[in-house]
Design a protein around this ligand. Structure first.
Ligand SMILES: CC(C)(COP(=O)(O)OP(=O)(O)OC[C@H]1O[C@@H](n2cnc3c(N)ncnc32)[C@H](O)[C@@H]1OP(=O)(O)O)[C@@H](O)C(=O)NCCC(=O)NCCS
Length: 256
């Protein structure tokens, strides 16, 4: 396939993606002339070509024009496969070292950017069939695995495994392979959770021991000692004290 054909097919794939992913899309003609997201990608294909062929200034001019016309800012160096759909699009920012696979859906307000801490490859890689919801920020040289979904408004700073749903700030995996992560935890061993459970048990045992000890040395804490063991200790303590008192009374009488 020639490069020209490849470019044509990428644009054709973008058109098809818009048809498939936007329930409001009526026909490709309408998409071609009215969809900002499609226009931004179409222009990016040219900007990217110029960028890779040494005409970086021209590439930047095209991308600046795209931003003015559509509100979508794509660095001309970003590598974007065919079949991507940017829905609505306003406020989308795609950084220089971003790589996007095929069949990806991106909504308005999405940033695929850097954290400011990395150099070189400092932007995310988005694998095939990913959906990035409105306003989500995916930051740093991380990878969003194929078939994953990023929830609206999330801030994702770590790699996302394939087939996952990530939501929240910072983003956390709430679904994996269409199962809630809570459900998965019951089936898969999680060393961190196991360690927490072990520590909780230990803390409970220490608390019990402390309670018994404090009961042993303070008869005034009788009300706090609701466990049988504690109560027994107090009873023994009281009997002992009574015995001591009786002994002291006898001694007093004898002295008199
Ligand atoms: C993430 C999303 C894609 C749903 O993915 P999903 O795999 O079907 O996940 P679910 O709907 O089963 O949600 C899983 C959990 O995440 C929570 N959740 C979903 N989206 C969330 C979000 N954006 N922020 C915080 N929590 C979210 C759900 O409440 C649910 O929690 P629960 O298990 O405690 O009930 C969807 O919620 C979303 O954010 N869509 C936005 C799409 C968009 O941008 N539209 C703009 C059109 S213009």
């Amino acid at each position: 396939m020639s490069k020209k054909e490849k470019k044509k097919s990428k644009i054709a794939m973008d058109l098809q993606a818009a048809m498939d992913k936007d329930p409001a899309a009526r026909n490709k003609f309408e998409i071609f002339f009215t969809y900002g997201g499609f226009k931004a990608l179409y222009r990016h294909r040219f900007a990217h070509w110029f960028y890779n062929h040494g005409a970086k200034y021209l590439a930047k001019l095209i991308s600046a024009g795209t931003r003015r016309k559509t509100g979508i800012d794509i660095h001309p160096a970003a590598k974007i496969a065919g079949g991507v759909f940017i829905d609505h699009g306003v406020g989308v920012v795609i950084g220089e070292t971003v790589e996007i696979g095929t069949n990806v859906l991106i909504y308005q307000g999405v940033t695929l950017g850097g954290t400011g801490k990395d150099t070189g490859k400092r932007h995310p890689t988005i694998e095939d069939n990913v959906m990035i919801s409105a306003g989500a920020k995916v930051l740093g040289p991380i990878t969003v695995g194929h078939n994953s979904k990023i929830g609206a408004g999330s801030v994702v700073l770590k790699d996302v495994p394939p087939n996952s749903t990530v939501v929240g700030v910072p983003g956390r995996v709430v679904k994996y392979n269409d199962m809630r992560v809570d459900d998965i935890d019951q089936k898969l061993p999680d060393p961190i959770l196991e360690e927490f459970a072990r520590l909780n048990k230990r803390i409970a045992a220490l608390e019990d021991a402390l309670k018994v000890k404090s009961c042993k040395y303070s008869i005034t804490m009788q009300n706090d000692c609701d466990d049988d063991k504690g109560a027994t200790v107090i009873e023994e303590e009281i009997v002992e004290l009574k015995h001591e008192i009786d002994e002291n009374k006898e001694k007093l009488h004898a002295d008199k």
